[in-house]
Design a protein. Structure first.
Length: 253
Protein backbone atom coordinates (compact mmCIF):
# COMPACT_ATOMS: atom_id res chain seq x y z
CA UNK A 1 0.00 0.00 0.00
CA UNK A 2 1.31 3.46 -0.83
CA UNK A 3 2.53 5.29 2.25
CA UNK A 4 0.05 7.86 3.48
CA UNK A 5 0.95 11.51 3.49
CA UNK A 6 2.49 12.71 6.74
CA UNK A 7 0.76 15.64 8.39
CA UNK A 8 2.84 16.09 11.52
CA UNK A 9 5.66 14.40 13.38
CA UNK A 10 5.84 14.77 17.14
CA UNK A 11 8.19 13.33 19.75
CA UNK A 12 6.33 10.05 20.24
CA UNK A 13 3.85 9.89 17.35
CA UNK A 14 3.42 10.67 13.67
CA UNK A 15 0.10 11.80 12.22
CA UNK A 16 -0.77 10.71 8.66
CA UNK A 17 -3.69 11.62 6.46
CA UNK A 18 -6.64 9.34 7.10
CA UNK A 19 -8.54 7.21 4.59
CA UNK A 20 -11.56 9.52 4.67
CA UNK A 21 -12.15 13.21 5.42
CA UNK A 22 -12.24 14.03 9.11
CA UNK A 23 -9.94 11.15 10.05
CA UNK A 24 -6.20 10.82 10.60
CA UNK A 25 -3.91 7.90 11.37
CA UNK A 26 -1.80 8.03 14.54
CA UNK A 27 1.46 6.07 14.37
CA UNK A 28 3.12 5.33 17.73
CA UNK A 29 6.92 5.52 17.62
CA UNK A 30 9.33 3.81 20.02
CA UNK A 31 10.96 7.13 20.93
CA UNK A 32 10.91 8.21 24.56
CA UNK A 33 11.73 11.79 25.50
CA UNK A 34 11.77 13.69 28.76
CA UNK A 35 12.59 17.17 30.02
CA UNK A 36 11.44 18.75 26.77
CA UNK A 37 13.39 16.24 24.67
CA UNK A 38 16.71 16.91 26.44
CA UNK A 39 16.71 13.20 27.20
CA UNK A 40 15.91 10.81 24.37
CA UNK A 41 16.03 7.07 23.79
CA UNK A 42 14.45 4.48 21.57
CA UNK A 43 12.64 1.92 23.70
CA UNK A 44 11.87 -1.13 21.63
CA UNK A 45 8.19 -2.02 21.80
CA UNK A 46 6.99 1.18 23.51
CA UNK A 47 4.99 2.30 20.47
CA UNK A 48 3.20 -1.02 20.22
CA UNK A 49 2.34 -0.95 23.92
CA UNK A 50 1.09 2.65 23.88
CA UNK A 51 -1.02 2.00 20.79
CA UNK A 52 -2.78 -0.82 22.66
CA UNK A 53 -2.98 1.02 25.97
CA UNK A 54 -4.39 4.21 24.48
CA UNK A 55 -6.93 2.12 22.56
CA UNK A 56 -7.93 0.42 25.80
CA UNK A 57 -8.50 3.65 27.74
CA UNK A 58 -10.15 5.56 24.90
CA UNK A 59 -12.50 2.64 24.13
CA UNK A 60 -13.49 2.50 27.80
CA UNK A 61 -14.14 6.23 27.86
CA UNK A 62 -16.22 6.08 24.68
CA UNK A 63 -18.24 3.25 26.24
CA UNK A 64 -19.19 5.36 29.27
CA UNK A 65 -20.07 8.40 27.17
CA UNK A 66 -16.88 10.44 27.46
CA UNK A 67 -16.20 11.44 23.86
CA UNK A 68 -12.76 10.66 22.42
CA UNK A 69 -11.13 10.78 19.02
CA UNK A 70 -10.56 7.01 18.90
CA UNK A 71 -12.25 5.11 16.04
CA UNK A 72 -10.33 1.83 15.71
CA UNK A 73 -6.90 0.28 15.83
CA UNK A 74 -5.46 -0.46 12.40
CA UNK A 75 -2.36 -2.50 13.25
CA UNK A 76 0.40 -2.91 15.83
CA UNK A 77 1.45 0.73 15.72
CA UNK A 78 -1.41 2.64 14.11
CA UNK A 79 -4.89 3.70 15.01
CA UNK A 80 -7.57 5.57 13.12
CA UNK A 81 -8.80 8.63 14.98
CA UNK A 82 -11.00 11.63 14.32
CA UNK A 83 -9.20 14.69 13.07
CA UNK A 84 -9.48 17.49 15.59
CA UNK A 85 -8.27 21.02 16.03
CA UNK A 86 -6.08 20.61 19.09
CA UNK A 87 -6.60 23.23 21.79
CA UNK A 88 -3.08 24.37 22.68
CA UNK A 89 -3.49 23.57 26.37
CA UNK A 90 -2.30 20.47 28.17
CA UNK A 91 -4.75 19.59 30.91
CA UNK A 92 -3.16 17.97 33.96
CA UNK A 93 -5.18 16.39 36.76
CA UNK A 94 -3.45 15.55 40.04
CA UNK A 95 -4.69 13.34 42.87
CA UNK A 96 -1.39 12.98 44.71
CA UNK A 97 1.45 15.50 44.82
CA UNK A 98 4.40 14.59 42.58
CA UNK A 99 6.60 15.97 39.85
CA UNK A 100 6.43 19.66 39.11
CA UNK A 101 3.75 20.36 41.71
CA UNK A 102 5.90 18.97 44.51
CA UNK A 103 8.85 20.96 43.24
CA UNK A 104 6.97 24.22 42.72
CA UNK A 105 5.01 24.21 45.97
CA UNK A 106 7.33 22.20 48.22
CA UNK A 107 4.76 19.48 48.86
CA UNK A 108 6.29 16.10 49.61
CA UNK A 109 5.84 13.57 46.80
CA UNK A 110 3.11 11.10 47.70
CA UNK A 111 0.98 13.55 49.70
CA UNK A 112 -2.69 12.91 48.91
CA UNK A 113 -4.37 16.09 47.71
CA UNK A 114 -7.64 17.13 49.41
CA UNK A 115 -9.37 17.12 46.00
CA UNK A 116 -8.29 16.57 42.40
CA UNK A 117 -6.49 19.64 41.09
CA UNK A 118 -6.77 20.60 37.42
CA UNK A 119 -4.01 22.66 35.81
CA UNK A 120 -3.47 24.09 32.33
CA UNK A 121 -0.14 24.29 30.52
CA UNK A 122 0.37 26.20 27.28
CA UNK A 123 1.54 23.76 24.60
CA UNK A 124 4.73 25.32 23.32
CA UNK A 125 7.94 23.31 23.40
CA UNK A 126 10.11 26.38 22.79
CA UNK A 127 8.77 27.82 26.07
CA UNK A 128 8.85 24.47 27.89
CA UNK A 129 5.04 24.23 28.17
CA UNK A 130 4.56 26.90 30.88
CA UNK A 131 1.70 26.67 33.36
CA UNK A 132 -1.05 29.19 32.59
CA UNK A 133 -4.36 30.19 34.10
CA UNK A 134 -7.81 30.35 32.52
CA UNK A 135 -7.29 34.12 32.31
CA UNK A 136 -4.34 33.63 29.94
CA UNK A 137 -6.24 31.12 27.84
CA UNK A 138 -9.19 33.47 27.38
CA UNK A 139 -7.14 36.65 26.91
CA UNK A 140 -4.93 35.07 24.27
CA UNK A 141 -7.81 33.35 22.48
CA UNK A 142 -6.74 29.74 23.04
CA UNK A 143 -10.15 28.83 24.46
CA UNK A 144 -13.30 30.50 25.73
CA UNK A 145 -14.68 30.22 29.25
CA UNK A 146 -17.27 27.63 28.23
CA UNK A 147 -14.55 25.56 26.54
CA UNK A 148 -12.44 25.68 29.71
CA UNK A 149 -15.43 24.64 31.84
CA UNK A 150 -16.04 21.72 29.48
CA UNK A 151 -12.35 20.80 29.52
CA UNK A 152 -12.30 20.68 33.33
CA UNK A 153 -15.45 18.58 33.32
CA UNK A 154 -14.02 16.14 30.73
CA UNK A 155 -10.72 15.93 32.59
CA UNK A 156 -12.46 15.10 35.88
CA UNK A 157 -14.55 12.40 34.19
CA UNK A 158 -11.36 10.91 32.73
CA UNK A 159 -9.85 11.09 36.22
CA UNK A 160 -12.76 9.18 37.80
CA UNK A 161 -12.69 6.55 35.08
CA UNK A 162 -8.92 6.05 35.04
CA UNK A 163 -8.63 6.11 38.85
CA UNK A 164 -11.20 3.32 39.04
CA UNK A 165 -9.57 1.24 36.31
CA UNK A 166 -6.17 1.60 37.99
CA UNK A 167 -7.51 0.87 41.48
CA UNK A 168 -8.92 -2.38 40.11
CA UNK A 169 -5.43 -3.54 39.13
CA UNK A 170 -3.63 -2.39 42.26
CA UNK A 171 -2.36 0.92 40.96
CA UNK A 172 -2.76 4.51 42.20
CA UNK A 173 -3.41 7.15 39.56
CA UNK A 174 -1.17 9.94 40.84
CA UNK A 175 -1.67 12.37 37.95
CA UNK A 176 -2.06 12.50 34.19
CA UNK A 177 -2.12 14.84 31.21
CA UNK A 178 -4.66 14.91 28.40
CA UNK A 179 -5.13 16.95 25.29
CA UNK A 180 -8.50 18.01 23.99
CA UNK A 181 -9.60 18.89 20.47
CA UNK A 182 -12.49 20.56 18.70
CA UNK A 183 -14.58 18.84 16.08
CA UNK A 184 -17.18 20.47 13.93
CA UNK A 185 -20.52 18.75 13.27
CA UNK A 186 -22.20 21.14 10.84
CA UNK A 187 -22.86 24.32 12.79
CA UNK A 188 -22.04 22.70 16.11
CA UNK A 189 -18.65 22.23 17.66
CA UNK A 190 -17.80 19.77 20.37
CA UNK A 191 -14.76 19.04 22.47
CA UNK A 192 -13.39 15.50 22.59
CA UNK A 193 -10.39 13.81 24.19
CA UNK A 194 -7.57 13.51 21.63
CA UNK A 195 -3.84 12.65 21.46
CA UNK A 196 -3.18 9.61 23.66
CA UNK A 197 -3.79 8.25 27.12
CA UNK A 198 -0.84 6.07 28.00
CA UNK A 199 1.80 5.64 30.70
CA UNK A 200 3.83 8.27 28.82
CA UNK A 201 1.45 10.88 30.17
CA UNK A 202 0.37 9.45 33.56
CA UNK A 203 2.00 8.74 36.90
CA UNK A 204 1.08 5.27 38.07
CA UNK A 205 2.30 3.78 41.37
CA UNK A 206 1.76 0.23 42.56
CA UNK A 207 -0.49 0.43 45.65
CA UNK A 208 1.46 -2.22 47.59
CA UNK A 209 5.07 -1.57 46.63
CA UNK A 210 5.09 1.99 45.29
CA UNK A 211 6.77 0.69 42.12
CA UNK A 212 6.45 3.15 39.24
CA UNK A 213 4.78 1.89 36.07
CA UNK A 214 5.02 5.04 33.94
CA UNK A 215 7.48 7.28 32.10
CA UNK A 216 9.19 8.29 35.35
CA UNK A 217 10.99 4.93 34.99
CA UNK A 218 12.73 6.52 32.00
CA UNK A 219 12.95 10.08 33.39
CA UNK A 220 14.61 8.82 36.59
CA UNK A 221 16.51 5.80 35.16
CA UNK A 222 14.63 3.34 37.36
CA UNK A 223 14.77 0.35 34.98
CA UNK A 224 13.43 -0.85 31.67
CA UNK A 225 10.52 1.26 30.46
CA UNK A 226 9.06 -1.42 28.18
CA UNK A 227 9.00 -3.88 31.11
CA UNK A 228 7.04 -1.37 33.22
CA UNK A 229 4.52 -0.75 30.40
CA UNK A 230 4.23 -4.49 29.75
CA UNK A 231 3.42 -5.06 33.43
CA UNK A 232 0.66 -2.44 33.19
CA UNK A 233 -0.70 -3.90 29.95
CA UNK A 234 -0.67 -7.39 31.45
CA UNK A 235 -2.55 -6.33 34.57
CA UNK A 236 -5.14 -4.62 32.38
CA UNK A 237 -5.53 -7.79 30.30
CA UNK A 238 -4.41 -5.93 27.19
CA UNK A 239 -1.38 -8.21 26.78
CA UNK A 240 -1.21 -11.87 27.79
CA UNK A 241 1.09 -12.70 30.70
CA UNK A 242 4.17 -14.53 29.45
CA UNK A 243 4.26 -18.10 30.64
CA UNK A 244 7.39 -20.12 31.40
CA UNK A 245 10.82 -18.52 31.38
CA UNK A 246 10.11 -16.36 28.39
CA UNK A 247 12.60 -18.09 26.12
CA UNK A 248 10.01 -19.43 23.69
CA UNK A 249 7.11 -21.81 23.34
CA UNK A 250 7.06 -24.80 25.67
CA UNK A 251 6.54 -28.29 24.35
CA UNK A 252 3.59 -30.02 25.92
CA UNK A 253 4.71 -33.49 27.06
P1 LIG B 1 4.54 17.28 35.88
O1 LIG B 1 4.48 16.88 37.33
O2 LIG B 1 5.91 17.12 35.28
O3 LIG B 1 3.95 18.64 35.65
O4 LIG B 1 3.62 16.25 35.08
C1 LIG B 1 2.25 16.08 35.38
C2 LIG B 1 1.68 14.96 34.55
O5 LIG B 1 1.68 15.30 33.19
C3 LIG B 1 2.46 13.65 34.64
O6 LIG B 1 1.53 12.58 34.68
C4 LIG B 1 3.27 13.59 33.39
C5 LIG B 1 2.44 14.38 32.41
N1 LIG B 1 3.24 15.15 31.46
C6 LIG B 1 3.12 14.91 30.11
O7 LIG B 1 2.35 14.05 29.70
N2 LIG B 1 3.85 15.65 29.25
C7 LIG B 1 4.70 16.61 29.64
O8 LIG B 1 5.33 17.27 28.81
C8 LIG B 1 4.84 16.85 31.07
C9 LIG B 1 5.79 17.90 31.58
C10 LIG B 1 4.09 16.10 31.92
Amino acid sequence: MARRKMIYEGKAKIIYEGPEPGTVVQYFKDDATAFNAEKHAVVEGKGVLNNRLSEHFMTGLNAIGVPTHFIRRLNMREQLVRQVEIIPLEVVVRNIAAGSMSKRLGIEEGTALPRPIVEFYYKDDSLGDPMVTEEHAIAFGWAQQHDLDEMVSLALRVNDFLSGVMFGIGIKLVDFKIEIGRIYDGDFQRLIIADEISPDSCRLWDIETGEKLDKDVFRQDLGNLADAYTELATRLGVMPRKSGNGTGPKLVP
